[in-house]
Structure formats: C-alpha cells, structure tokens
Write a protein that binds this ligand. Structure first.
Ligand SMILES: *Cc1c(COP(=O)(O)O)cnc(C)c1O
Length: 458
C-alpha cells in the first residue's frame, strides 16, 4: 500500500516537474518574507500543512535538476527505488559506525561496493566506503596518500615532513582539491599544475619533468590525480600511463572518476577507463551518474593497511567488534556516525539489475552523441572530445551569458558556461534517464531559433 502510494506520488511529481519550469525567478527577499510570515514557530501547524508548503517552495524556488531538459552539473534524476531507500533509511535510522550495531546495513553496503570493486578491476581485498560525496572521497584519498608516503604524518603532523608534500594535477581537475590541500595542512600551493595536451588530457611527459624539477627544488611529490571525466569537458586523462609513471616513481595514483566512473559498468564504455585498475584509490559518485539522490559518494582503495593506519581510533565506549572478518566503517573511513548511504544504490541495482543500469548509462552516452550531431548539423562548434555525454559548444560571436539567460528565462534548457582551454563555451551534460531524443531536438530547434531571430544581437 505504502509502496503503491509512493509510486503514484513519484510518477505524478516527476510529470509535474517535466511540465513545469526548470529555472526559478526568485530573489532571497521573497523567500525570506514567506518564511518569516509563516514560520516564527509560535503557532503549531499540521504536518499536512507543512508538507504542502515545503513542497510548494521546492517546486517554485529551485532549479529542477530532475527536469528532462536540465542539462547541468551531473545532478541526476533519481530512481523510485532510491527515493524509497532514503525513506526506509530515515525510518529505521541505522547507525553504521560499527558493524555490530548494524550488521545488515553494513553487509548490504559491503556487498554493493564489492560489485564495483570487481568492475574496477581492483584486488578483492580492497576497502571501499560510501561517503557524503566526491569531495569527502577525494579528501580521504589525499589523507591516505599522505599517510602512506610519510609515516610521521599521522602522529607528528605535516610539519614533521620537513618540506612541502606536492600533488600533481591539471587545471581541468576538480577545484575541490584547493580546499582539500588547505584542510589537510599541506597548503594550496602544494598543488602543482601539469600541462595538458591539445585534447586537455594530462601530459605525462610534462608530469615527469615537473616531478623531477620539484624534487630538485625541495618539494616532496607524493600523489598524482588523474581525472576520468573532467567536470568542465568530460576529458579522461591517460590513466594507464599515469599509473605506470606513479608505480615507477612511487607516487600515489588517485583516479578521480566522480562523474565518469559510472561508465565502468558498461561493456562498451569501460575501455575508455582502461588503467583505472592500477589506481591506488578511486572516487566515484553514485549521486552523479548512477541516478540516486545526494549525498552518495564512494571511495575505493587497494591498500587495507593504509586505510587501517589513517583511520585508526581507540574507543572504549563503542560496542565490541563484530565477529569474523568484518570491517567497522568507524575505523576505515572519515565519518563517525554514519547514515546508510548505500541502500539507494543497492535497491536500484537490485530492481533494475546490472543490465538495467548499463542500459541507462549507454542510453545517456548515446544521447550525448545525438546532441553533438544535432549541433553540428546546425553549424554549432563543438570544442570538447569525450565518449561521455557532455558537450561543450559555441558559435562565432555568441554572447554566452546572454544566451544562457535566454535559455533559462524561456525555460528552454538549463546549461552552464565553462572554459575549454582558452575558449568560453556552453556546457551541456546529460545525466538524466528522463531526457529523451525529442527533448534534445526541441532544445536545439529553440536554440537555433534564438540565433535566427537575432535575439542574440542587440
Ligand atoms: C563532482 C566532482 C567532484 C566533487 O564531488 P561532490 O560529490 O560534488 O563533492 C570531484 N571531482 C570530479 C571530477 C567531479 O566531477
């Protein structure tokens, strides 16, 4: 009964969202005035009344990321199974910090992650955990790499290392590493920029040069980030070559596949991630291309000993360790109290099967190709190269910010501006199983009309 009702509400809401607007016209004052007029909390409200009002606010006043023409920043439409999973989790409120408290939830997560450990070609003894998102996973990877490279780091801190430990990445890598370098205490200047080739992939010769130079000038190189699906342009760094370089030079290889990593489950797309199996650690977000609600990141690491060292704690007040070969999330990841994040991925996978998931990913990759072809056919210029459904495009003389505002105001589509090399581009990314080919035809037709009607020129 409950499930039927939820199915019904889910379908109804998704239809409503698809018919409605993508982009809200609202300012902070409007929302604040609404909140202060209704919610000084002196009056009790019925739950029905609160739900009605909250849903109204969310429907009116946000970018609808589950709209089929939201071609945005890797925020997916979400499966019914994942929505129900998040509700079940809230109702049972399992505490996953240690295995003994929530054996079922812990084993469901372990089982789900083992499926991906095998897909990534990592050794079976690898440790994986769900995280709040890609940023927590990337932060954990940097902590692990520091712990392995500098045995004194954990006890005596970064100052005991004696010089600046350095991380190698390109300008296309995720901007979050700036915050991460700040937080772990190596400082933002510890991020060393490696040149890219003409397709924006990390240039391994330049990496070799910079690592050698930095060693001579007193840096302590310890980690290289290879991105598998850059945020701006969907570029996949040469993972095999990076892995080989890292092995030869004893550097930690982190594959940041926050978005593109889902491609590993597709027999067609996985070859583009070749070399990811050599990574010391991998980040992949289920909340980006695996169609579950935020926050659901994942971190995979092939070194159980480093995990144990980095996240060790002695606690006397937690229930005893689980019996047998079990892992307590408390001592193998950053979080302490921990939500049952993995259930939404598990339930979607169980309902759709692996083949259903593969079909979703491949369909979206195909739509990316359709979108590219439609654009080329009407004289748009494509500036990025990727097998992933992310298209960066422009045309001569286009005022991008005005163009994007028009797309939003007229509810044509939601896209963003990005940079590819030196060029500003319009960036469109398909990560919704609700987007159809006819949505893309409509978007390109309406974009062309804006150009033909010269709406773009003052
Ligand atoms: C999105 C993204 C991140 C950050 O992940 P969050 O889940 O937003 O914290 C990191 N790296 C890459 C390549 C990404 O695309």
């Amino acid at each position: 009964m409950l499930i039927q009702e939820m199915c019904h509400n889910y379908e109804m809401l998704q239809d409503e969202i698809a018919q409605g607007s993508i982009y809200p016209e609202v300012d902070a004052e409007t929302i604040r005035a609404h909140l202060s007029s209704r919610y000084d909390f002196s009056r009790k409200m019925t739950l029905d009344e609160v739900i009605d009002d909250v849903e109204k606010m969310l429907q009116q006043w946000q970018v609808q990321v589950t709209h089929p023409r939201y071609l945005g920043l890797s925020n997916p439409s979400v499966t019914l199974a994942s929505v129900i999973a998040d509700t079940i989790v809230a109702m049972y409120n399992p505490q996953l910090a240690n295995w003994r408290t929530s054996p079922a939830a812990n084993e469901i997560e372990r089982h789900t992650l083992a499926w991906l450990i095998a897909k990534y070609g990592l050794p079976p003894e690898s440790i994986a955990s769900f995280t709040s998102g890609g940023t927590e996973a990337n932060l954990s990877a940097v902590v692990l790499a520091l712990t392995r490279a500098f045995p004194g780091y954990g006890e005596n801190g970064i100052q005991s290392v004696g010089a600046i430990p350095s991380i190698y990445l390109t300008t296309e890598a995720h901007n979050g590493y700036n915050k991460i370098a700040h937080v772990v205490g190596i400082g933002r200047k510890a991020l060393r920029t490696v040149a890219t080739d003409e397709s924006l992939r990390l240039d391994v010769d330049d990496l070799a040069r910079r690592v050698a130079e930095d060693r001579r000038s007193g840096f302590l190189p310890f980690m290289v980030i290879g991105t598998a699906g850059t945020t701006a342009a969907g570029v996949i760094d040469p993972l095999l070559e990076i892995g080989q370089f890292c092995r030869e030079h004893k550097l930690w290889f982190h594959a940041d596949a926050a978005w593109g990593g889902a491609a590993i489950i597709s027999p067609v797309l996985r070859r583009y991630l070749a070399g990811i199996e050599t990574a010391d650690s991998i980040t992949c977000d289920a909340h980006k291309w695996l169609s579950v609600p935020m926050g659901a990141g994942m971190l995979f690491c092939r070194h159980p000993d480093t995990i144990a060292e980095a996240f060790r704690v002695d606690v006397t007040y937690m229930p005893g360790k689980g019996r047998g070969p079990v892992v307590d999330p408390l001592t193998s990841s950053l979080q302490w109290s921990r939500r049952f994040i993995g259930l939404k991925l598990f339930m979607t996978l169980a309902e759709c099967g692996e083949s259903g998931y593969v079909a979703m990913i491949e369909q979206q990759a195909r739509l990316g190709q359709v979108f590219r072809e439609l654009l080329i056919a009407s004289d748009w210029l494509i500036l990025n190269e990727t097998p992933l459904p992310l298209v960066c495009f422009t045309r001569r003389g286009l005022d991008i910010s005005r163009f994007l505002s028009l797309l939003r105001e007229r509810q044509i589509a939601w896209m963003t501006e990005a940079r590819v090399g030196d060029s500003a581009v319009v960036r469109a990314c398909i990560t919704s199983f609700r987007t159809t080919e006819s949505d893309l035809h409509r978007v390109v037709n309406e974009m062309n009309r804006l150009i033909d009607d010269k709406v773009m020129t003052d």
